[in-house]
Design a protein around this ligand. Sequence first.
Ligand code: HEM
Length: 241
Amino acid sequence: MSTHPNASGLDQPPPARTMSRRRLLAAMVGSAVAVGAGVWASRKWAKPIPGGAVMNPRLFTFVGGETGTWSVLQIKAVVGETLPDVKRLDILNTTVPALPDAAKWRLHGVTSNERYATRAEKDLLVAKQAALGRPGATHAALIPIRKNAKWWGLTQDERRGIFEDRSHHVKTGLKYLPAIARRLHHCRDLGENEPFDFLTLFDYAEADSAAFEDMVAELRASEEWKFVDREVDIRLVREGV
Ligand code: HEM
């Protein structure tokens, strides 16, 4: 039987209501083999699959288990339910239709267009930001986040007001570029039972660990974080190249 991540992020048999959507997704992605290319598995091309469909090249899967490039240092619940402890994290630029042997959880997310950044902010980000996977970036954090119903009930302009005008998310983050590299994955529209709304991923050199802590603390103290009702902080390390 196929499995389905429930609200806790663990794999469970799918609820009847979402089964057909899962099957459709499985049909679309076929039996795509999970292949990781390089540290961040960044594969830029769309992979054709049997039946003529094309796998979404923006889809990433994070598998917590016994294999993968990253050793897990710590999994800590910041708010809400945690995820089970695992030894390693694998990051795959594809879907993973079933939970691999010995893995305890998997999370899916897609990269997407910006919702909140203005042109001026985007230009500043593009000018300063680094890509994930630099040789010296031996430390990483995967921070899955869910926001509450109140947040999702707001309008776009109300959310932008909280996100930037009052919480200064971009202004704060910009201070830490290019030391910290990041990638944001959206999960909310993948299905009804996704355990998180976002999977946020960062990497940095060991020397920038303290700066990363400062940044996370600053953001968590902001008004935006009052709407976060589940957040798990997963810290990772790998050998330098
Ligand atoms: C490296 C510093 C950071 C920068 C430059 C940065 C920048 C951004 C930008 C520009 C967006 C908005 C994208 C859009 O317009 O849709 C965003 C969204 C987001 N960021 Fe950050 N960020 C940083 C650090 C963090 C950290 C440390 C976390 C988590 C602990 C985080 C969590 C999020 C989340 C959850 C969203 C989605 C918000 C939403 O759509 O409701 N960011 N970030």
